[in-house]
Design a protein around this ligand. Structure first.
Ligand SMILES: Cc1cc2nc3c(=O)[nH]c(=O)nc-3n(C[C@H](O)[C@H](O)[C@H](O)COP(=O)(O)O)c2cc1C
Length: 263
């Protein structure tokens, strides 16, 4: 029997909020029940990956990090075996831009044996600076996702040949060392919630105020799970980034759907 998988990588919940809004609109039209697959916990804990077949449909949702697919998600997605299952690519971004994220995601999923049927980029709150994209996805996004879902359902009925056209450049944007690395502050009680939740085990349980800067990819999960809000990007780093972010994240950015193909 064919299955509708929702594969999502969501360190702070913005991607998941978009999936919860978008996914039901698609599987509702198709009359299918979703099978959620949390890629963040699979990255953190390991575990068995689903076995896909050509009848399956997968909504694959990742956030854009510096215009790319977050590296831990890349490493996991590359291990999937699509076996001809159809993929709906979904990049969630924080009101700046996705740059090469969709192109990279399409290339990964093509390479893993999926047939990429459609792609969408949608806006959520910026997980580093929540004033950008604040309150999104909202009712306007929801209405747009409904329109996207109708078109995606149509595409899923069609014979698909060639590759899906998505924006972006190859070579992709260079991955630079992460500069915004959260640290534990004076209020840190040492409870270890951040250490337990870090997707890449960058925070030692015995000293959660510290962080392994080589492992941290700046996803902000530790900031979002800290029960006493003691973890943050250092003030000096925030202050340096804010003027640039204010310029590039201003205004209301759009959601977009891609269904055209290269023949
Ligand atoms: C390290 C990092 C890099 C980011 N880079 C971008 C970016 O290039 N463009 C953008 O619009 N948003 C960017 N964002 C914002 C996220 O894409 C956005 O907030 C997303 O919803 C985060 O997903 P999550 O809440 O599921 O973790 C970045 C966030 C982080 C933490």
């Amino acid at each position: 029997m064919s299955k509708f998988y929702e594969l999502y990588f969501s360190p702070t919940g913005g991607t998941l909020a978009s999936v919860k809004m978008f996914g039901p609109k698609i599987f509702g039209i198709l009359g299918m029940e979703p099978v959620p697959v949390n890629l963040r916990t699979l990255v953190r804990d390991g575990g068995e990956l689903p076995a896909f077949s050509a009848e399956d449909i997968c909504l694959v949702s990742v956030p854009s990090f510096a215009g790319r697919v977050p590296l831990p998600a890349v490493n996991l997605l590359q291990q999937l075996k699509g076996n001809g299952a159809r993929a709906i690519l979904h990049v969630v971004y924080g009101n700046r831009a996705i740059d090469d994220t969709l192109l990279e995601l399409r290339d990964i999923m093509d390479g893993a044996g999926f047939v990429c049927a459609a792609a969408a980029e949608t806006v959520a709150e910026h997980s580093m600076f929540r004033q950008f994209g604040a309150g999104r996805p909202d009712a306007e996004d929801e209405a747009e996702m409904q329109e996207f879902a109708v078109k995606i359902a149509e595409v899923l009925q069609a014979e698909l040949s060639g590759s899906l056209k998505v924006p972006g450049n190859n070579p992709y944007r260079e991955r630079k060392p992460v500069s915004a690395i959260p640290e534990g502050g004076a209020d840190c009680s040492g409870c270890g919630a951040c250490a337990a939740e870090c997707p890449v085990h960058a925070i030692p349980a015995e000293n959660p105020k510290s962080v392994n800067r080589d492992l941290c990819f700046g996803c902000m999960r530790c900031v979002s799970v800290c029960p006493v809000s003691a973890r943050a990007i250092p003030d000096a780093v925030r202050e340096k980034m804010l003027p640039i972010m204010s310029q590039v994240c201003s205004g209301r950015k759009e959601n977009r759907l891609y269904v055209e193909r290269n023949h």
